[in-house]
Ligand binder design. Structure first.
Ligand code: FUL
Length: 504
C-alpha cells in the first residue's frame, strides 16, 4: 500500500520535473553518453588506430640479388648481411616516430628469416651468424627494447615450396604461422599479401601454378589461428578482417577515407586477398558493413627491397611529410617501408630523410594554440561541462570527448585566441568507440574588417584523425561547424598549429 499522501507525490513529481528542466540538472540525473552510431571498432582495432605511423622492413635474399620478387630458386647461402644491426634498424624507426615495425619474415621467394622447423630454405643454411642466426628474433627483441610493437609479414604465396598450389602447402603455411605467433612474443599485426599464385621454382618444377583465391587458403580457418594465438593482433589484407589495403602503393588514402568498408569480389567472385575491387579501399564506404580501416603502404625508395641503384632516389623529407598528411591526416595509418641494405642496416640517405621528416612534424605539433584559447560550443550535452564539455578537446585523452545533445547534430565550436594568431594546420579527432558520426564539417575564420565569418576549409568525414593543412590563416578566432551528421557528434581532440616553412 502507498504510504505517502497524494499531494506529497505531486509535489515530488513537480520538483523533479523542475530539476530536469533547470540549467544544471541534479547529480542524480546524469545525461547518458550518446548511443553509438553504425558499425563500431573492436578493442584490437582501437589499439591499432593509436599506432598511426609505423614501418615495414623488406629484407630477404632479394636484398643480395638485386631483385624485387625472387623466383624461389636462390640458394640460402646468398643471404649474407655483413654488419646486420637490429638495434640500428629499430632505433632509426623509433627516432622517426614510428610505433611499430612489420618484418617480411618470408616474402614470395619463400626464404625464411627465422630457422623454421618446417623447411631448409631459411637463415639456418646461410652464412649469417654461421647458420645460427634468427633475424625475426633480433628485430622483435630490438623493437621491444624500445617500446615498438612488432608485426609479421608471411607471404601466402611461396615460389620455393614444392607443394605450393596443393593442400600440403596450406599445412606448411599454417605451421609457419604458428611458429611466428608462438616464438616471438606479442604480435601487433599480421600482414597477408594479396599477390599470390603464378610462376615459380616450386622445388624444381619451374612452372605456373594458379590457385583459386577464394578457397585455396581457406582464410576463415587461417585467420582463426591468429585469433587463437594472438587475439590482440590485427590482420591486414585486401579484405581485412581488421585492417584493409588502401588500394594503392603510393601511401595516399582517399579523401574521405571511411573506416567502414564492404569488400567486393572481382567479377562476382567471393572477395579474398588478391581478388577484391581494391580501388574501393581508397575511400571505403560510408555505409560499409564492417569497421575495416585503411592502411596506406609505400616504400621510402622506388623498390620494396634495397637496390644500390636507388640510393639517390630516396623520398625527400617534404615528400614524406606530404604522405603523412595524406594518410594519417585522412584517418588511415601510414606504413612506410625502410629496406635494410646488404650490410643489414638502414642506409644513411634514408636516415637523413627520416630525420628531416621527424624534425618538421615535431616543430609543427609542438604547440597547440587552441590550448590558450576560449572555447565556446553552441551546445554541450545535458549542459554537463565536466562530462561532455569542450575543454575535453584539449586534454590529449582519446577517451574523453565534447558531445552535444541528441538531435543537435550540427553544433559549432568557437575558438577565440584573444589575439591575432597565425596557423596553417588543424587537427580534429572523433571518439571512435561511438562510431563515425560526422559527414561534413567546415572551418571559418573571423574577418575583423567585415565583421563576418568566412569559410577557409571544409571536408567530408573525420574519423581517427583529420588533418587540414593549407595556406597560413591570420585571425583572432575560428569556428568549427559540423555541417551534416546523422547523430550528435562526439569529438575527442582539436588542435591548431603552425607548420614551419621548409628551409631551402
Ligand atoms: C606487394 C608485394 O608483391 C610486394 O613485393 C611488396 O611486398 C608489397 C608490400 O606488397 O603485393
Amino acid at each position: 500500500m502507498n504510504r505517502y499522501p497524494l499531494f506529497t507525490l505531486l509535489i515530488a513529481a513537480g520538483l523533479s520535473a523542475l530539476c530536469c528542466s533547470c540549467a544544471t540538472p541534479s547529480k542524480a540525473t546524469p545525461t547518458p553518453a550518446p548511443e553509438p552510431f553504425g558499425v563500431l571498432p573492436s578493442e584490437r582495432q582501437l589499439a591499432w588506430h593509436e599506432l598511426e605511423f609505423y614501418g615495414f622492413l623488406h629484407f630477404s635474399i632479394n636484398t643480395f640479388t638485386d631483385m624485387e620478387w625472387g623466383s624461389g630458386e636462390e640458394p640460402p647461402a646468398r643471404f649474407n648481411p655483413t654488419a646486420f644491426d637490429a638495434d640500428q634498424i629499430a632505433q632509426t624507426a623509433a627516432d622517426a616516430g614510428m610505433t611499430a615495425l612489420i618484418l617480411t619474415c618470408k616474402h614470395h621467394d619463400g626464404f625464411c628469416l627465422w630457422p623454421s622447423d618446417h623447411t631448409e630454405h631459411s637463415v639456418k643454411n646461410s652464412p649469417f651468424r654461421d647458420g645460427k642466426g634468427d633475424v625475426v628474433r633480433e628485430i622483435s627483441d630490438a623493437c621491444r627494447k624500445r617500446g615498438l610493437k612488432f608485426g609479421v609479414y608471411l607471404s601466402p604465396w611461396d615460389r620455393n615450396h614444392a607443394e605450393y598450389g596443393r593442400p600440403a602447402y596450406i599445412d606448411y603455411f599454417r605451421a609457419q604461422l604458428r611458429e611466428l605467433l608462438t616464438e616471438y612474443g606479442p604480435i601487433a599485426e599480421v600482414w597477408f599479401d594479396g599477390a599470390n599464385g603464378g610462376t615459380g621454382f616450386y622445388g624444381g618444377a619451374n612452372e605456373k601454378r594458379n590457385i583459386d583465391r577464394s578457397t585455396y587458403y581457406d582464410w576463415e580457418n587461417t585467420w582463426a589461428i591468429v585469433r587463437e594465438l594472438q587475439p590482440q593482433a590485427v590482420m591486414f589484407s585486401d579484405v581485412g578482417p581488421d585492417v584493409r589495403w588502401v588500394g594503392n602503393e603510393r601511401g595516399i588514402a582517399g579523401d574521405p577515407c571511411w573506416a567502414t568498408y564492404t569488400p567486393h569480389g572481382l567479377n562476382g567472385l567471393k572477395p579474398a586477398p588478391g581478388q577484391t575491387m581494391d580501388k574501393e579501399g581508397q575511400n571505403g564506404h560510408r555505409d560499409g558493413e564492417f569497421w575495416i580501416p585503411a592502411e596506406a603502404d609505400v616504400s621510402i625508395r622506388p623498390g620494396w627491397f634495397y637496390h644500390e641503384s636507388q640510393d639517390d632516389k630516396v623520398r625527400t623529407s617534404q615528400n614524406l611529410v606530404d604522405l603523412y598528411y595524406k594518410s594519417v591526416g585522412r584517418g588511415a595509418s601510414f606504413l612506410l617501408n625502410l629496406p635494410p641494405d646488404p650490410r643489414g642496416i638502414i642506409h644513411e640517405n634514408d636516415v637523413a630523410a627520416l630525420n628531416g621528416f621527424r624534425a618538421h612534424l615535431d616543430a609543427t605539433f609542438a604547440n597547440n594554440m587552441a590550448k590558450g584559447a576560449r572555447l565556446t560550443p553552441s551546445n554541450t550535452r545535458g549542459n554537463q561541462e565536466k562530462a561532455y564539455g569542450a575543454h575535453l578537446l584539449l586534454d590529449g585523452d582519446r577517451n574523453t570527448y565534447w558531445a552535444s545533445d541528441d538531435n543537435v547534430n550540427t553544433p559549432t565550436l568557437e575558438v577565440d585566441f584573444g589575439q591575432t594568431t597565425r596557423f596553417n594546420v588543424i587537427d580534429i579527432r572523433e571518439h571512435l568507440p561511438l562510431g563515425l558520426r560526422v559527414d561534413q564539417w567546415a572551418l571559418d575564420k573571423w574577418d575583423e574588417g567585415s565583421g563576418e565569418w568566412t569559410e577557409f576549409a571544409s571536408g567530408e568525414g573525420i574519423g581517427n584523425r583529420r588533418l587540414w593543412r593549407g595556406e597560413t590563416q591570420t585571425t583572432s578566432k575560428i569556428r568549427l561547424r559540423i555541417v551534416e551528421a546523422p547523430a550528435c557528434p562526439a569529438l575527442s581532440e582539436f588542435g591548431v598549429y603552425m607548420a614551419p616553412e621548409w628551409a631551402e
